[in-house]
Structure formats: C-alpha cells, structure tokens
Design a protein around this ligand. Structure first.
Ligand code: SF4
Ligand code: SF4
Length: 383
C-alpha cells in the first residue's frame, strides 16, 4: 500500500483526536517498559508514536493493530501523550483507506454483522434474548427499577451467557424489578470504535440511545466493563445521560442494603483479576474485592500486577476479533500467576477476560487445577 497519500490525513486525524500531544513525546520509552506486549514479543508503541509525529506510521502492518488499549502506558507517560487516541486515529485512517489484510478479516466480518444485526457474531437479532429461556425475564418498561444490558458476548456465547443467567438469578432473589431490551438491544459499539470504525460505532450508539429514551430508561446495569466505558465516557458525546452501574457496584449496593443475604460458605482460595476497562479506565477496584471478602470461608489472595498495574487479558481494542498466537497471549501469563499463587478460582468481572482466561485454562491444560469465574457466578452460589 502507498503510504504517501495519507500523510496529511494521518497528522490531521491524530490532531483531531487530541493526539496533538504526539509532538510532546520525547522518546523516553517508559511506555514500552510497561506495555504487556513486551512480555511476549518485541513491540514498540514509542516507535509508532515517533512515526506518527512524522506522519508515516505503517498503517498496513500488524503493529498498528496490536495495542489492546489496556491503558497502562498513558498512566506512565510523563508528557501526557495520548497513545490510545493516536493508535485509534491510525486505525481510522487505515479503515478509511481500505487497508486490507488477512489479519483484519474477522474485524470486517464483525463490522458487517454489527451493522446488519447489532452483534458481531453474524447471528440473527431475533436470537438475542434466547439466553433467557427458562428464566422468566421481562421486557423493560418505564416504571421498572433498572434496565439490565447484558452485551453481545453474554447474550450469544454459550459459556458467557452463564454470566447473564447468574446475574438474573441474583436480581430475582433480591427482588429487583428489572427488565431487558431483548431484540431491541444493540452492541454498545466500544470495540468496533477502537478498530477505527467510527461510522458503525455512531450508528449503534445512536440506535441504543434512541431505544433507551423511547423506553424511559434512567438507570442501566451492565455486565461488561466495555459497555460501562462507552456508556459513561463516550455516549455523553451525543448529549445522552443515563445513570450507569457496573454489576460489581450494584451487587455491593444490594449487599449493603440487605437485599442480598450471603448465607453459605465458599471455602476456596480465590484471586481476582482487574479488567482494564473496569479498573484502570474507570477506577473500580474495591467493589469486587469487598464483595469477595464478605463471603465466609473464601480465602482471598492478591495477584501480582493488580489494581492499576493489572495485566491486560489481551482482548481489548478490538483484539477480541483478531487471532493472537497461543505463545503471545497475555492471559496465559495471568493464568500462570494464578496457578503460582495456588488459587483454586480465578475470578473477574468482564466477559472478555473470562473468554481469554478460559481459553488459556484449556490451552495450558489447567482444567483440573483452577476454575475461571465471573463474580456473579460465585455470588449466586452463596445466596
Ligand atoms: S512514555 Fe510518553 S513521552 Fe515517553 S516515549 Fe512513551 S509516549 Fe513518548
Ligand atoms: S495501551 Fe496498553 S497495549 Fe496499548 S500500547 Fe499502551 S501499554 Fe501497550
């Protein structure tokens, strides 16, 4: 591909995204020292930023698609260079210029499916609420307490729909008056936006916002930190304002209000993996820990690389659709850390993380040694 043509646009687009800060980069390399890619391969975000400063990032190479938008390097950068905005801007240019490679085939398929069916799996919209079969879940109406927005992965993936079912079981036990939007729900659009596909993101966001307003939604409960991120930090660009709660916040609220009674023990050694979009991007660290520590019998152990230093699972930034070679998966390193701690259960609070960690658990043959669970799956067992 000819890299001459887009030079001007690259610089303009990067500026448009607040990436004007690229010019402040003084090449200290701190970003590279914290980037999780450097635990598995050689990758330099510093080099990409350098190329962007000159308007010559090689947008046709995999390097531009590596960043998982984990948020680790921006928090370390002494010059406040917005690396994630810069990378997304480069991807927007690549999308605009139709850069094609086998690597991006699944992203294109996800994008087409999101535009047609509101989910990235090439699955029919009519099947979006099939996970509720046998669970008596109502459609949301205005007088209800809260809207539950499960997300695409939790609605369609057989393993991940266990998260939605556990959530519903808990909400029903706590007598929460809630409903879902079912076939009217669309992907929140967070991941497709990170791949540079702004138009599909905007269409999904506008449609969701219209549906929320039409149904009189005020408070929204989400399972995925990626939905949380986009509803809290990105939908306000459309002047839309709703109260968003992540399930970890809501469960703690229900426990503190006495609406959930924990009455069983969970006598296992448990550790918690901080999802990037819950922790680093949104500062929710303590709620999941408080919930776990309130369960009798549960022995809590902290992983290395926790809280703001959490190790990314590898699935953010659209990487959930891009195949990562087995030896390059960060989730393998996370799994090894949990095994090292002799944890019996690795708990997290993000469907993307569960997906990555379950794959590592089976890929590394640890099925007999450790379980991977969403926090809702633990709680439903003890109430
Ligand atoms: S940490 Fe910031 S200033 Fe240092 S090389 Fe990376 S982007 Fe540049
Ligand atoms: S955001 Fe995370 S994955 Fe992306 S370059 Fe920075 S440290 Fe690496």
């Amino acid at each position: 591909m000819d890299t001459e043509t887009p030079i001007k646009e690259v610089i303009e687009e990067i500026k448009e995204f607040g990436g004007d800060a690229v010019k402040y980069c003084y090449q200290c390399g701190k970003c590279d020292t914290v980037c999780p890619w450097n635990k598995v391969i050689n990758f330099s975000i510093r080099k990409l930023i350098r190329e962007a400063t000159f308007g010559i990032p090689e947008i046709e190479l995999e390097e531009v698609w590596r960043c998982t938008t984990c948020g680790k390097c921006p928090q370390e950068c002494p010059r406040d260079v917005k690396q994630i905005d810069d990378v997304v801007a480069m991807r927007r240019i690549a999308a605009e210029y139709g850069v094609s490679s086998t690597l991006l085939k699944p992203v294109r398929s996800a994008s087409a499916s999101l535009a047609a069916e509101g989910n990235p799996f090439v699955q029919e919209r009519s099947k979006r609420r099939d996970w509720t079969n046998g669970y008596n879940v109502k459609t949301f109406s205005e007088e209800m307490e809260i809207l539950y927005f499960p997300c695409c992965y939790v609605s369609y993936d057989q393993r991940l729909m266990e998260i939605a079912r556990a959530t519903v079981t808990i909400l029903q036990k706590a007598e929460v008056d809630f409903g879902i939007l079912g076939t009217e729900e669309n992907c929140c659009g967070e991941s497709i936006r990170k791949t540079g596909n702004e138009e599909v993101y905007k269409d999904l966001a506008r449609e969701n916002i219209k549906t929320f307003i039409d149904h009189g939604v005020k408070r929204i409960l989400v399972s995925s930190p990626h939905c949380y991120e986009t509803f809290v930090n990105e939908y306000p660009e459309f002047k839309a304002s709703f109260e968003i709660v992540h399930i970890t916040q809501y469960l703690l609220e229900l426990i503190n209000e006495g609406r959930i009674q924990i009455n069983k023990e969970y006598p296992k050694k448990v550790t918690y993996h901080d999802p990037c979009y819950l922790g680093r991007h949104n500062g929710i660290y303590e709620e999941p820990r408080e919930i776990l520590k309130s369960i009798p019998g549960l022995k809590f152990a902290e992983l290395p690389d926790s809280h703001k230093d959490s190790l990314c699972c590898g699935m953010g930034g659209g990487r959930i659709w891009i195949d990562t070679k087995m030896p390059e998966r960060f989730s393998n390193l996370r799994m090894e850390q949990a095994i090292e701690l002799k944890s019996e259960v690795l708990v997290t609070a993000c469907p993307y993380c569960i997906d990555a960690l379950e794959e590592s658990r089976s890929g590394l043959n640890y099925e007999d040694k450790i379980l991977v669970k969403d926090i809702t799956e633990i709680l439903q067992e003890v109430i």
